[in-house]
Design a protein around this ligand. Sequence first.
Ligand SMILES: [Zn+2]
Length: 301
Amino acid sequence: MEKLGIMESREIKGRKRDYRITNVGGVVGGECFLIETDRSAFVCDTGFGFSAPQTVENLRKALGDRTLDLILLTHSHYDHALGAPYIKDAYPDAKVVAGVYAAEVFPREGARKTMQAMDDAAASMYRAQPVPVREVHVDMAVAEGDAVDTGDMVLRVCEFPGHTRCSIGFYCEEEKLLLSCETLGVYGGEIGMIPIYLVGYNMAVDSLKKAMGLDVEVMLMPHTDVIQGPQVRTFAAEALKNTEETAREIMEMYRSGSDEKELIETVVRRYFTGYVRKLTPEAAFRLNAGYMIKCIIRDLS
Ligand SMILES: [Zn+2]
């Protein structure tokens, strides 16, 4: 599998309808996936704030004179959510859908400041102009089991806490399609699926098992691409295996007296390789590794 390039599409032969998934993200790393059926069009995640003008331009190009029905957000992180206000400006009728926890996060002053700092840092890494962070207004705050009607497909909200408390996925039973989120793993190139849980290890494992209980034939993976058929199960199983193996190794080292620095090195050695290294700033990776280690020790001690 490769990453779906900017303005590249996948045509999916669905069970009840055919549909197309296009990456309209403004930059690599700020993916925004447009899902189009004959009767509806919606996006899943929206990319960074600084890349939003380009995202909107790409979206307009892809949609032509069609309208946009929904803006789905899988969680509250800046690289997924900050494009939403810009897309909403361009398509005022599109409803912003996010988890109830995410809807609580967005108005917080502290969250806005963190997002501003992260978006500015990303802008500088991409040598782009920073922009003031705009508040994301959620039109529909959703929780486990809620139905989101795109006008064509019915999507069920699945809460997948672990990456963040507010992480959710959207499942279309009719199409066996899952719009996944980062709790279920992120594509790590040659090392397969890698876990990124920042708030809970047990939570992440439970979410992975819950996702594996769904009948999924097509899965849209955050920042990456669509996977289909038996590949879905392989990837989910691999994510779970990687998650549990890493936790076991960390706990063994922790029990035999390794300090935080050594534990972080272990995670870095395991996951900060070719593909991941190319796309992730090392400081951000180490920060996340620190959170993951705290989750493991707290939940498994
Ligand atoms: Zn995230």
